[in-house]
Design a protein around this ligand. Structure first.
Ligand SMILES: [Zn+2]
Length: 262
């Protein structure tokens, strides 16, 4: 697995971001994991907030969105933002059926259409981006605790196989910044038995969970090899200077991770 840290931060028009160099090298994909920096939102949404419904001003968020689109060279209206229901709904946008539903109550997207940018907004949950190098399809996943429990990542991989004929060997996957086991404590009401290998018990029916590892295990279970996976190995709560963290701050913004076929 290729681990990325703060030393890998890049900049475009003053906007810091992370990328998977192998995906960038393909040449036909635009993708980035943005941070909280480089936007115009005021505290507690400072500054590159992309959430329209957490109390920030709509016009300000729209300007952040346009600023990102300009920096990465795409039309802001081509950025699809899911409602992210904390469930396991997967939206497939497949040629030639180009109609996108108006209510996007999903937590993952898969497409092979060009000029469609799939955006995931997070503040502790994991954004995961996937590229099929051969079939030229892409996917974006919002994996929170509930989506992880519902095996959303595994289901997206199976859907890519089913809908686009993806072979697992052709995929490149990058798992973005999320809350780490250092900061993510859960109780027995939500703990899943199958998470035991990725959780540290504190002995009082509470566990510190490595949410990213549970998703990586779902990938490995579908036949994804270590060398196909990259991980931005930064805890959002520990690095609140560059990331929004819901657990760390409560009322705060959401950072954007996106991927699109040029
Ligand atoms: Zn932490």
């Amino acid at each position: 697995m290729n681990l990325l840290n703060r030393a890998h931060l890049k900049y475009r028009d003053g906007i810091p971001y992370f990328e998977n160099p192998e995906i960038e090298k393909l040449g036909w994909v635009t993708h980035a994991f943005l941070t909280r920096r480089g936007g115009i939102s005021l505290p507690p949404y400072d500054s590159l907030n992309l959430s329209f419904n957490n109390g920030d001003h709509e016009e300000v968020v729209s300007r952040n969105r346009r600023r990102i689109a300009a920096a990465f060279g795409f039309d802001p209206n081509r950025l699809i933002l899911l409602k992210q229901m904390q469930r396991d709904g997967i939206l497939i946008v497949k040629r030639p059926v180009g109609m996108i539903p108006s209510s996007l109550e999903y937590d993952a997207l898969i497409t092979d259409m060009a000029d469609l940018f799939l955006g995931i907004r997070t503040a502790d949950c994991i954004p995961i981006l996937i590229v099929d190098r051969k079939r030229k399809a892409i996917a974006a996943i919002h994996a929170g605790r509930q989506g992880t429990a519902m095996h959303l990542t595994r289901r997206v991989l199976r859907k890519m196989k089913e809908a686009f004929g993806s072979s697992m060997n052709d995929l490149l996957i990058i798992s973005g910044p999320s809350i780490g086991p250092c900061c993510y404590e859960i109780d027995e009401k939500v703990f899943q038995k199958e998470w035991e290998p990725f959780a540290i018990s504190n002995g009082a029916k509470r566990w510190r969970l490595d949410l990213a590892q549970t998703n990586l295990a779902q990938m490995r279970g579908e036949g994804i090899d270590e060398e196909q996976i990259s991980r931005i190995d930064l805890c959002t709560r520990c690095h609140q200077d560059i990331f929004f963290s819901y657990r760390g701050e409560g009322q705060t913004g959401r950072q954007l991770s996106f991927i699109g076929i040029k």
